[in-house]
Design a protein around this ligand. Structure first.
Ligand SMILES: [Zn+2]
Length: 259
C-alpha cells in the first residue's frame, strides 16, 4: 500500500518479536561499543547555543547514567543525534522491511537511518525537514513529540540558522514563556505524541516538529525517499553543498561549532 497520509500517525512494532532489539539498552551499547567515538552536541541546538564535542560512547553513557537522579543545567545536556556511521551494526534493517516497507511505494529506499541517544531532558527544537517520508522509531525509554502542520508555518517565527537544508524556528517551543506568548499556540493546537518503546511515528514532509526525551531514550529515524522525492530535495542538497564549502551561512548553523 502506498503511504498517502498527509497527517502524522503512530504505528506499533511488536518488539516482542525482536529479542535483539529489546536488548538495545544503554548498558548493552556501552558493553558492545565502548570505544566508538561519537560527536555529541548541545541539546536544543536549533535555538540554543551550538557546541559539539567528541566522546567515547562508554564515557557518554556513563555521563547519562550518573545524571539520572538529579536535575541538570540544560547547558550540560549533550545529545547523540543524527549519528550515522556505526548504526549499521545494530541490525535494525528488519524493522524497515517488516513495518515501514509495506507502507511505501515499491521503489522507496531508506536514505538515512540516524540514531538518537540522550538523557532525560535532551531535546530537539522546532524545525522542519524536506525528507520524503520520516519515521521515528522508539526502542528504549520515552519521548514527547510536538508537531505543527505546514499549513500553520506562517505562525512560526523563522530563524536564519542553517539546519541541513531544513528550516528552524526562532522560538524555543520547550520554554514555557516563549510558548505562552507565541502566536502559534494562541491560534492552533499542535499535535502531541508520547512515544513508548515499539512506537513508530510518521512525520510528513515539511511538518514542523520538536522532540524531548522524558527518560533516557534510544530511537532511530528512517528517512525514506524515492527517485521522484529525491528530485524535490535538490534545492536543499545544493544549499548543504554550498554550506559545507563555507559559502553559505558560515558560522550560523546547527552543524558546526561557531569559530
Ligand atoms: Zn554548519
Amino acid at each position: 500500500m502506498w503511504l498517502e497520509a498527509k497527517q502524522p500517525f503512530v504505528k506499533n512494532m511488536d518488539l516482542d518479536r525482536w529479542p535483539k532489539l529489546q536488548e538495545l539498552t544503554p548498558e548493552y551499547l556501552k558493553d558492545r561499543y565502548p570505544h566508538v567515538q561519537i560527536p555529541v552536541y548541545h541539546s536544543g541546538i536549533e535555538q540554543g547555543p551550538v557546541a559539539y564535542k567528541k566522546q567515547y560512547l562508554a564515557e557518554y553513557i556513563d555521563d547519562i547514567q550518573s545524571a539520572q537522579n538529579h536535575t541538570r543545567d540544560p547547558q550540560d545536556i549533550y545529545y547523540l543525534g543524527e549519528s550515522h556511521d556505526w548504526v549499521e551494526a545494530l541490525e535494525i534493517k528488519q524493522i524497515f522491511t517488516d513495518y515501514i516497507r509495506p507502507l511505501l511505494p515499491r521503489h522507496a529506499f531508506a536514505l538515512q537511518t540516524p540514531f538518537w541517544l540522550g538523557p532525560k531532558g535532551s531535546k530537539t527544537g522546532l524545525h522542519a525537514e524536506p525528507d520524503g517520508w520520516n519515521f521515528l522509531c522508539q526502542f528504549y525509554g520515552e519521548k514527547e513529540v510536538v508537531l505543527v502542520s505546514p499549513a500553520h508555518a506562517h505562525l512560526i517565527p523563522r530563524s536564519t540558522r542553517f539546519d541541513g537544508g531544513g528550516k528552524t524556528a526562532l522560538m524555543d517551543i520547550w520554554a514555557p514563556t516563549q510558548r505562552e506568548n507565541s502566536p502559534l499556540l494562541k491560534e492552533t493546537q499542535p499535535l502531541v505524541f508520547h512515544l513508548k518503546p515499539g512506537d513508530i511515528l510518521f512525520i510528513p514532509r515539511w511538518w514542523w516538529h520538536a522532540a524531548r526525551n522524558t527518560t533516557t531514550s534510544i530511537a532511530f529515524s528512517y528517512r525514506v525517499e524515492t527517485i521522484g522525492s529525491t528530485f524535490l530535495n535538490i534545492p536543499s542538497l545544493c544549499l548543504i553543498a554550498l554550506h559545507n564549502l563555507g559559502l553559505y551561512k558560515n558560522n550560523n548553523c546547527t552543524c558546526h561549532t561557531p569559530e
